[in-house]
Design a protein around this ligand. Structure first.
Ligand SMILES: [Zn+2]
Length: 78
């Protein structure tokens, strides 16, 4: 589970961007931290880069397929 210390720099959001899940190798839609819905592993990925597959640990049968879901959306200054 992701940790943070300074909560005043994080904002709770109900944006639909947090609802979608992505298969390994999909181009990262938004820079940020992603969580695997199968095993709970967390990774950081930059927009446009492929979401991990090869370097992600093997799943057991009960964990199902690797699916990445946005956990923390990194907002970049315009
Ligand atoms: Zn996983």
């Amino acid at each position: 589970m992701a940790l943070y210390k300074h909560g005043n720099h994080l904002i709770h959001s109900k944006d639909v961007a947090f609802d979608a899940t992505y298969t390994p190798g999909t181009a990262t839609p938004h820079s940020g931290i992603y969580r695997c819905t199968g095993c709970g592993d967390e990774i950081a990925s930059n927009a446009g880069n492929p979401l991990p597959s090869q370097n992600h640990k093997q799943h057991g049968v009960s964990q199902g397929a690797i699916r990445w879901q946005l956990l923390v959306y990194a907002q970049q200054q315009a």
